[in-house]
Design a protein around this ligand. Structure first.
Ligand SMILES: *Cc1c(COP(=O)(O)O)cnc(C)c1O
Length: 412
């Protein structure tokens, strides 16, 4: 059967039955064969000519009202076909009707706050710490006219008020990998929309919408792009909520560049493989770190197989050595913020990503000053362990055990 002969129902059945690895490769590419191309075209136009100005005006009106499709993109701030392909693919992976992409993860968080709080005159937010440092800072700053009450996942219901416009959670949380029961928070939120930041888990390991999340947010900069070379954000949600997000995007200009859309779309194809490989290495590292004399404790999520289908490739550990000294001694692992890239990255949350969270609140939410966060990359396990073990031993003046020593020399 040719593609054209299939009706929309058949296509959506095919889509539902398709496994995630296959969706990651084929999503957003339905019409490429008809176009006669293999790679999605990158449409860099800023404007779109239309001789019939009345028709152009109708299309403009459609976009302004938050439509997903119209007769012409009209202007690049209203719509971009390359970005739309990425959105379609991501929505399929999150099993939502729609997705709306933005110029960064923070632009996506901002748009959700504008659509759920500012546009609806409900300026109060309930949030569970820890959160990504930027999100925490945005919520605390009052910049968008929102005020935020921080609470725990069991006391969300108590903090909901008539003017609460949004509940914000992150699971696994940045940076200490705390887990939150999404359905439990959704039940407490009642009619209030719940935004779940799914950046750490990726759609491969967790689909928050299946547990009632209203908005599923990703910093595409991390695992979706996967190579540390594209900044972007995306929100997956029901079509009825995507409209207001598109309106915010048009009005504020928080658009994703088409080249970014192309790179994020391309990143999705290898996402399942990258997550699986990095997760395998992370498991081994967690075992080794847990037995290391210079390590106080290791944080690594335990999947329940239902909400969270795998532990992922983010780990955090508290060191008995000077954390600054440990990082300084690393030779292979990249000392940098961000995560989800091909190379292993390490950062010191109290000094960097969570610097702007007040010290006491930071400690209380499980982010001590000696915590280091590691995003496991795609290097060989032996090389990552060799680098980390040596840095920890040297920083703590602990001698490497003979077995570790032989593991090191065998790898080199
Ligand atoms: C990086 C990150 C963000 C912000 O994304 P940007 O693309 O940097 O704007 C939001 N949430 C989490 C969990 C992140 O790691």
């Amino acid at each position: 059967m040719r593609k054209d002969d299939r009706n929309a129902d058949e296509m959506s059945t095919i889509r539902r039955m398709t496994r995630i690895e296959t969706m990651a490769v084929h999503g957003g590419r339905d019409d490429l064969t008809d176009l006669g191309v293999h790679a999605p075209p990158i449409d860099l136009s800023t404007t779109y000519p239309m001789a019939d100005q009345l028709k152009a005006g109708e299309a403009l009106q459609d976009w302004a009202e938050g439509a997903a499709h119209a007769k012409s993109p009209v202007y690049a701030r209203l719509h971009n076909p390359t970005v739309a392909r990425f959105e379609q693919a991501l929505a399929q992976l999150e099993a939502t009707d729609a997705a709306v992409a933005f110029g960064s993860g923070m632009a996506a968080v901002t748009a959700v706050l504008q659509a759920s709080c500012v546009m609806r005159g409900k300026p109060h937010v309930v949030a569970v710490r820890p959160l990504y440092g930027g999100t925490d800072h945005l919520l605390s700053s009052g910049l968008l006219g929102v005020t935020t009450t921080y609470t725990t996942q069991d006391e969300v219901a108590r903090e909901i008020r008539p003017d609460t416009g949004l509940v914000v959670i992150e699971t696994p949380a940045n940076p200490n990998l705390d887990l939150i029961d999404i359905a439990h928070v959704v039940a407490q939120a009642g009619d209030v929309p719940v935004m779940v930041d799914n950046t750490f888990a990726t759609p491969i390991l967790q689909n928050p919408a299946a547990f009632g999340a209203t908005y599923v947010l990703h910093s595409g900069t991390k695992y979706l792009g996967g190579h540390g070379d594209v900044l972007g954000g995306v929100v997956a949600c029901a079509e009825s909520l995507a409209g207001p997000l598109r309106q915010v995007r048009i009005l504020t200009g928080a658009v994703l560049h088409p080249l970014g859309g192309y790179l994020l779309h391309r990143g999705l194809a290898t996402l399942p493989l990258r997550v699986e490989a990095a997760q395998r290495t992370a498991k081994l590292l967690v075992e080794r770190l847990g037995n290391h004399d210079a390590v106080e404790f290791v944080r690594y999520p335990k999947p329940d197989g239902l909400q969270l289908r795998g532990s992922g490739a983010m780990i955090a550990f508290a060191t008995r050595a000077d954390p600054f000294d440990v990082v300084r001694r690393l030779k292979l692992i990249t000392p940098a913020v961000s995560l989800g890239s091909v190379d292993t990255l390490i950062e010191h949350p109290a000094a960097l990503t969570h610097r702007l969270v007040p010290g006491q609140a930071r400690e209380a939410s499980g982010v001590p000053a000696n915590l280091l966060r590691v995003s496991i990359g795609l290097e060989h396990f032996d090389d990552i362990w060799h680098d980390l073990n040596r840095a920890l031993c040297d920083a703590a003046y602990v001698k490497a055990s003979p077995s570790d020593y032989w593991a090191m020399t065998a790898a080199h």
